[in-house]
Design a binder for this molecule. Sequence first.
Ligand code: SF4
Length: 272
Amino acid sequence: MSPAETASGSLTPANLPRVGSHRAARGKETDLGATRRLRRINRTLAAVYPDAHAELDFNSAFELLIATVLSAQTTDVRVNQVTPRLFARFPNAAALAGASPAEVEEIIRPTGFYRAKAANIISLAQSLVTEHGGQVPEGLDDLVRLAGVGRKTAHVVRGNAFGQPGLTVDTHFQRLMARFRVIDGLGQKPTPEQIEKEVGRRVEKREWTDFSQRIIWHGRRYCHARKAACGVCPLAADCPSFGIAGPAEPGAAQSLVSEADLARRDNLEALR
Ligand code: SF4
């Protein structure tokens, strides 16, 4: 069976690249070439994940803000398990501002670091009440002044609750940008803010929120931290880390991806 004829069928790239052969992996790519490639990656991911969205459940900017603060160091699934009870008990900033820390801690305990998180979200709610009339502010500067809110959380809220373009530089985003070799110029340990700026100059501003979401989805589904599913990855041709971050052989790679996510590549095939 050839690589193109594995169980993942005709969706496997017919001409898998040679490991290490990408222009960017050989240091031969121009700055413009990197920008064009990153935009192409965005278009491919848009086809593969047309439904990419924030995986935290929310019904308002307030709920999204609190859920995003709770999502630090844990999974969205775990946060979604505690927020229905939290928001039923404390449906708005005014209610949460007057909450007892012990009661909040008990509800959010499964998300980890629950003492610090409870203190942060109560303090954050108090700031919303005293400084913003109980509403979530839209401005980046106002958001990052709230307890437990960094640029990443602020961009999630601005992008998904207010429709303001923002790049969400989380751990998946950082890993994938490094694997795409589009931030090589920033040195060994760039800050999230440096990455945001560098990627922001390459990707169209109107795409920033969706691009972030697609990258995070791809990081969760294919481009895993320990072992990436390179051999079945729809970005194989555009990724200089193909076969370096994970197995290039489709048979070995497909076991790293769920059936449902392998089937997502049908979206891409349909556009070809
Ligand atoms: S899974 Fe492999 S080929 Fe796909 S984006 Fe990640 S490193 Fe690149």
